[in-house]
Design a protein around this ligand. Sequence first.
Ligand SMILES: [Fe+2]
Ligand SMILES: [Fe+2]
Length: 320
Amino acid sequence: MIDGCDHFSFIQITDCHLMDTPDSLLRGLCTHFTLQRVLQHIARHEADKVDFILGTGDYVCFPTDRQYACFVDAIQLRCNAAFPGPQGLGFPGLEDMPIYFLPGNHDGNKPFINQLFPGSPVPDSLDFAFTHKSVRFICLDTLRYVLRDLPHPDMDPLRESSMRLLESECASLPDEMPVIVAMHLPAAPVDELPWADCEVPEDMERFWQLFACKNLLAILHGHIHTTKERVVNGVPVLSLRATANQWADGDDLIPTTQPPHYRVVTVADGQFSHRNVEVDTEWGNVDLTEAIPMNEQAFAQVGEADTKDLFYNEPPNREF
Ligand SMILES: [Fe+2]
Ligand SMILES: [Fe+2]
C-alpha cells in the first residue's frame, strides 16, 4: 500500500459472471478460472502498488446464493465487514486487500448481501459513497435485469436512489473536491456498439448538469464487456473488458474470447491517469457451437428454463 494523501492507485475489475461451480462454463469459458487468473496477475504485479480493488458489477450470471458462494470461493473473500465494506480478499498474494462491490444488472440484493456481507441488513438499493485520500467515490446502483430482450427500444432512467445520492453528494461536496463515479451501465454511448445505446440511462443529462461545476475526474463503468475510452463534457468515460467473455464491436452481441483487462487508476495531486492491463489467461479460444445461443437476445428468447443450452457444467481441461 502507498502512504500519503495525494497519490494513490486502485484497480477496477468488472463482469466476472461466476456460475454454479468452479467448473461451470459460460459460452465455453470457465469464468472461475479466468477471474482467478486476473487476480493472480494483480497479485504478482500490482499488489504492493494499489490501495484497493473496485468491482463494477455482474459478479454472477444469475443472482442466487449458490453463484455468489462460487464467486466468494474464487476470490477467497474474507467476510468481516458490513455493507458497503470494503471487504477483504483472502486470495493468495492479495490477503486483506480491500475490495468494494457495486452491483450490475445481473446482481440481486438479497443473495449479494447474504454471501458478500453476511449479517448485514439487506438495503433497498446498493448505492454507496466513500472518501479515499481526499477523493470522493460515488458508486451507483443501476438497473437490474438478467433476462431481457436486446436491443430493447427504451432507455431506462437511473434508479431513484442513485439520483438521490448524486443530488445529495453534489449539494454537500466542495466544488474542488475530486470525484470519481463508478456505475455498471454505460454512462455514454459507444460508437462501435450501437446495441448499447439504449442501455445508457436516459437521465444522464441531469447527471451532467449536477456535475457541471464539480471536479469530476472520471466515470468508470462495466456491462459492455469491452474496453472503450471516450471523453464526454471533458470527462473520461471508461469501460473495461470483463474477466469473463468479451463483446466484439458490431451491431449484434458477438461473444469473443479476447483476454481480460483490469484497469489501474492513479490519482496524483488531483490528476487522474490510468492504464489497462491485459491478462493472458491461457484458456485460449473457445470453440463456440451453433447449438448454443450466442447472444443475449437468443438467451432471452429461450428463457431461463433452457439456459442449460447456454450455461453448462463440465470440468475444464485446464489446471489453475
Ligand atoms: Fe456483464
Ligand atoms: Fe451487465
